[in-house]
Design a protein around this ligand. Structure first.
Ligand code: ATP
Ligand code: MG
Length: 716
């Protein structure tokens, strides 16, 4: 390093420098987690500006999340100061797509002030179109059409591009016709959905030479982070824009491809070298983020995937702590244990900002939130709502509040037409009038209005049904345990059915959240006590800017790093998810394993993995077995601990019970076949996967030891 070299190069290693300084021509940086890909990309941006190779407005720089875009902007600012202000093309694909589309909206029949539809609007529109086409929405739900349209848009397919096979996916071949009708109607409304932000710009670039050339000229340099998670439409869009100058630099890691369910195609990495021949392919091998134990643990797990491009990782960091694996009795204990560990970190002087809890599924956050509220531990939820703020949870709570407290007008208004029961704004306005005139709450006005002739037809009928339902739920509130009341209420109100009819992945998550809500209720004495707890939780939102523990899904944690990371719920059926197990094939299981790799590699100094022997589902205790990923962690790098009295023998008892494939069925816990299949795999030979790999350690030389551990099974 020279003293006079620009600050952004200081400390970068040789291949990172190459990634920064190879400004012209295509560049692909392919490297494992924490090797400084994003750091190199940021330095490259600074370099381009610093050496005046491009004006800020001539660089297109795509990140995966808005948070990542903000961070990159801040890091570049440190090197080039306010020059970064003029970077209109630094952002997510969606943000950049929207900006382009506003400029050329008329080319696809929109005006530049077009609106962007949210999911609810989109569904309402699709429902109308479905009924206009005389398709039975019960058999072919609008949600599934929305899902197909989204996947077509991710593939870069307009209605005209659809082949018969794709069209056949919905309503016996009506897919194409409805997709076309949807696009036409959006145009008439001067609106588009999220998928259109890219699909429309792609269409414009494909059809209007002048516009294409204008952007090809403008973007002297193109950069993409998290390239492994681009989908087809994004890839096609990038390829068009880069084709002229070919100054495109992409960084990514095939082992961190975790969005295939959103159409991401890791094959784009292979296509890159084909579409941009002569691309400089740069490998980064030194990991700057994690300790050798953490790295080796992550590498040991991912080594079980097939078809990897393969890479070597090493670190100069000192060994540090081994990855801790803790077996606890149940979910509440998991939350308590993590709480205690975090208090320990606080005592040791660590900032809560450096600590994260990563979960596989959103609903897992609830137990931690409740615990943290109980012990006054500040936390934030990223990439999602706090549990009790989610729409479906608020809806369910609103029902319960009306049962417990008939005067709760806000709650009543929230659910009077959810699920849809033909009680629109007009009917609600009448209820309000009557409620004011009689000075009674809305739910009471609803009963009284039925004595008048104000409402007729369907509205009258469904309001009558709702009033009757509430009377019956209030009765049940006296007779039934409150979780059972909640369960029946969700069924009888049609709320569960509404989500079941909806086949999207989102709806499945919402149903899980509702299950989790019922589970949470079991921990409280009465409905009143539970609602009291929730209102306290809701009040605890304080955004005081103080340090907080971060709770988020692994998906949302991509690209981030924390000193200490807690990985919760490593159990078969939770992680890997039941869905992945039910699907059977290796593809979904390997994606789960990549998630495990992403999860472990978020940790800088300390990773703690937890699994519980029991999870309570619908009031029934289900024993669970540790995730297969736990068994895949290389033994020399982990420290196992079980907090259960009886320890080992209890585990075994658990396992042998599991080994009976009909045990679940007999007990009526209703797990699907995937669960048992999964159980079978681990049960026959719980430690079996270790025998397939050998980890040669050279204790004297940390660097080498890690290198050898990590490169096994990676022959690409
Ligand atoms: P991921 O695959 O998780 O996105 P990444 O490859 O993008 O990881 P970065 O986030 O860029 O990795 O870097 C990981 C950590 O290493 C960061 O804290 C970064 O500041 C640090 N780092 C990167 N390069 C160097 C370097 N040459 N010297 C010292 N630290 C570095
Ligand atoms: Mg990164």
């Amino acid at each position: 390093a020279h003293d006079d070299e620009p600050p952004y190069l200081r400390g970068l290693n040789a291949p990172q420098r190459e990634a920064v300084l190879t400004t012209d021509g295509p560049v692909l940086v392919l490297a494992g987690a924490g090797t400084g890909k994003t750091a190199a990309l940021t330095a490259r941006l600074a370099h381009l500006l610093y050496t005046r190779r491009a004006y800020p407005s001539e660089i297109l720089s795509v990140t995966f999340t808005n948070k990542a875009a903000r961070e990159m902007r801040e890091r570049v600012r440190r090197h080039v100061g306010d020059a970064v202000e003029g970077m209109p093309w630094l952002g997510t694909f969606h943000a950049i797509g929207a900006k382009m589309l506003r400029r050329h909206a008329e080319a696809v029949g929109l005006q530049s002030n077009f609106s962007i539809l949210d999911t609810d609007d989109q569904l309402r529109l699709l429902k109308t179109l479905i009924s206009e086409a005389s398709v039975d929405e019960k058999r072919f739900p609008a949600r599934s059409l929305a899902g197909f349209i989204d996947s077509w848009k991710n593939k870069g397919l307009t209605p005209r591009d659809l082949d018969a096979g794709e069209s056949e996916l919905y309503a016996n071949g009506k897919g194409q016709q409805l997709y076309q009708a949807y696009q036409d109607r959006l145009r008439a409304l001067n609106a588009c959905d999220f998928g259109d932000l890219l699909l429309h710009t792609l269409t414009i670039l494909r059809t209007d030479r002048a516009v294409l050339e204008q952007y090809q000229q403008r973007f002297r340099y193109i950069m993409v982070d998290e390239y492994q998670d681009t989908n087809s439409v994004q890839y096609l869009w990038l390829r068009l824009l880069a084709q002229e100058r070919k100054n495109i630099a992409c960084v990514g890691d095939d082992d961190q491809s975790i969005y295939s369910w959103r159409g991401a195609q890791v094959e784009n990495i292979l296509k890159f070298e084909r579409d941009f021949p002569g691309a400089a392919v740069i490998r980064l091998e030194q990991n700057y983020r994690s300790t050798p134990h953490i790295l080796a643990a992550a590498s040991g797990v991912i080594a079980n995937n097939g078809g990897r491009l393969g890479k070597t990782l090493w670190t100069e960091h000192a060994d540090g702590e081994k990855v801790k694996v803790i077996g606890v009795w149940d979910g509440p204990e998991e939350a308590r244990r993590v709480g205690t560990e975090i208090e320990g970190c606080q005592i040791a002087g660590k900032s809560l900002d450096d600590i994260a809890i990563l979960v596989r599924a959103q609903h897992q956050t609830r137990e931690f939130e409740d615990r943290f509220i109980a012990i006054g531990m500040p936390y934030r939820i990223i990439g999602g709502f706090r549990f009790y703020e989610r729409a479906e949870i608020r809806d369910a709570l609103a029902y319960l509040r009306v049962v417990a407290q008939p005067a709760d007008d806000l709650a009543f208004e929230r659910i009077v037409n959810v699920p849809k029961r033909g009680l629109g704004d007009k009917a609600v306005a009448r209820l309000h009038q009557l409620s004011r005139a009689l000075s009674v709450p809305l739910s009471e006005a609803a009963a009284r209005i039925l004595d008048t002739d104000e409402l007729t037809g369907a509205a009258r009928k469904s309001l009558g049904a709702l009033v009757g339902d509430f009377a019956s739920w209030r009765q049940k509130a006296n007779d039934l345990p409150h979780p059972e009341l909640a369960r029946q209420l969700l069924d009888e109100s049609g709320y569960t059915a509404m989500l079941q009819a909806d086949r999207s992945a989102e709806a499945a998550g919402r149903l899980e959240n509702l299950n989790e809500l019922v589970r949470a209720m079991e921990e409280y004495e009465s409905l009143g006590a539970f609602l009291e707890h929730v209102s306290l939780v809701m009040d605890n939102e304080g955004n005081d800017g103080g340090a907080k523990v971060t709770i988020m899904t692994i998906h949302a944690a991509k690209g981030l790093e924390f000193d200490t990371v807690f990985l919760a719920g490593w159990e078969e059926g939770l992680f890997p998810s039941q869905r992945a197990l039910d699907e059977g094939g290796t593809a979904s299981l390997e994606e789960e394993r990549r998630l495990a790799y992403v999860a472990i590699t978020r940790a800088r100094r300390r990773a703690v993995i937890l699994h519980a022997a029991n999870r309570r589902i619908y009031g029934q205790w289900n024993s669970s077995i540790p995730s297969r990923f736990v068994a895949e962690l290389p033994k020399p790098h982990i420290d196992e601990e079980t907090t259960m009295s009886g320890g080992e023998s209890l585990w075994r008892a658990n396992w042998s019970e599991r080994a009976d494939p009909f045990a679940d069925v007999a007990r009526g816990t209703g797990r699907g076949p995937g669960w048992q299949r999964a159980a079978g795999v681990d049960l026959k030979n719980p430690g079996g996967s270790f025998t397939t790999r050998t980890f040669t350690r050279e204790p004297a030389r940390v660097k080498e030891a890690t290198r050898s551990a990590v490169s096994i099974g990676n022959a690409g």
